[in-house]
Design a protein around this ligand. Structure first.
Ligand code: CAA
Length: 293
């Protein structure tokens, strides 16, 4: 059945090579998924060799885990490892059909990335963004061909979460959108078409939920009590474990974007902002004491 709002699948372009900008955790998880489900070469790019090596090593380690569980044969594991490579230059995208970015969540940075990508890719290459909250329309405003930009938003952990939010920007054309849905299907994800609005759908709901839990803690409810009050509701993981999984900086960024868009509906926890500003990699602590370490 065609997902609601998806164009005719016959408009989709064939994808025989994928580019991923960024070699961080989410980008590496995406690279593995593309290689595994599409069985096509996937090139990761990043700013330096150390980050690239880390991304490719992550993919190899995950492939080894899959092989260890018998999910892929030793031959398939070797093939998957060979499909995912790293490159310091975006020239490696010259023959890609689908390039997705998963870099720092900042509109200027992402626009710069797409300007560089557009300079090397073919005219019919689809450009996709994994942004979790930014406007796809705004991201494409300086592109020569904004009609081939689409939002393609995964959830953590990418390998496991079935949902994919596909975002039609103001200029996205039907062939691009059809390709996005076809790729989503090949990845075995459940794709939903969402409006190009701040934080789309899922992050609005999650941020509201997380905002209330964090707010309760900010107001004095002990963190452990807030966690335990909820852990019998049947959630797959506790709210603060989820915050840790997503990354406090990402959670904060989404909350800030939503606060800016809807100040009467979304707040930003000053304590979370302080923790992120202090560069604390750890979880949200009950007393938020920044002096303690
Ligand atoms: N990478 C790859 N596989 C992973 C993984 C990871 N990071 N984490 C878990 N898995 C796999 C495990 O290997 C396991 O696979 P097998 O069944 O093949 O062995 C399977 O997932 C289940 O894992 P576990 O048994 O260890 O743990 P679990 O049953 O508690 O499930 C979970 C873990 C799937 C993460 C579950 O806790 C969950 O669904 N949590 C909620 C996650 C969520 O809400 N994500 C959305 C975050 S919001 C976001 O991402 C949006 C954004 O833009 C910021």
């Amino acid at each position: 059945r065609r997902p609601a709002g998806a164009p005719d699948a016959s408009l989709a372009r064939k994808v025989t090579k994928v580019g991923v900008v960024g070699a961080g955790l989410m980008a590496s998880q995406m690279a593995l998924l593309f290689a595994r489900r599409l069985q096509v070469p996937v090139v990761l790019t990043d700013l330096d060799q150390a980050r690239l090596d880390k991304g490719v090593s992550y993919v190899h380690a995950e492939v080894d885990k899959l092989a260890g569980k018998g999910r892929v044969s030793p031959d398939q594991a070797n093939r998957l490892k060979a499909l995912v490579t790293g490159s310091l230059t975006k020239d490696a995208f010259a023959d890609a059909d689908f390039v997705i970015e998963a870099v720092f969540e900042d509109l200027t940075v992402k626009k710069q990335v797409f300007a560089e990508v557009e300079a090397v890719v073919r005219a019919d290459c689809v450009l996709a963004t994994n942004t979790s909250s930014l406007s796809v329309t705004a991201m494409g405003e300086d592109l020569a061909h904004p009609e081939r930009l689409v939002g393609f938003h995964f959830f953590n952990p990418v390998a496991v979460m079935p949902l994919l939010e596909i975002v039609r920007g103001g200029a996205t054309d039907d062939a691009t959108l059809a390709t996005a849905f076809a790729v989503g299907k090949a990845l075995k994800k459940s794709s939903v078409l969402v409006k190009d609005a701040p934080a789309f759908v899922v992050n609005r709901l999650l941020t509201r939920f997380m905002g209330e839990v964090i707010g309760a803690v900010d107001e004095g409810t002990p963190l452990e009590a807030a966690e335990h009050a909820l852990d019998r509701l049947g959630l797959p993981m506790t709210p603060f474990a989820l915050l840790q999984l997503v990354g406090p900086a990402v959670g904060l960024h989404v909350a800030e974007t939503l606060h800016e868009a809807f100040p009467d509906r979304f707040g930003v926890s000053a304590n979370l902002a302080k923790l992120v500003a202090a560069g604390k990699p750890g979880v949200y602590r009950p007393d938020f004491s920044l002096d303690e370490e």
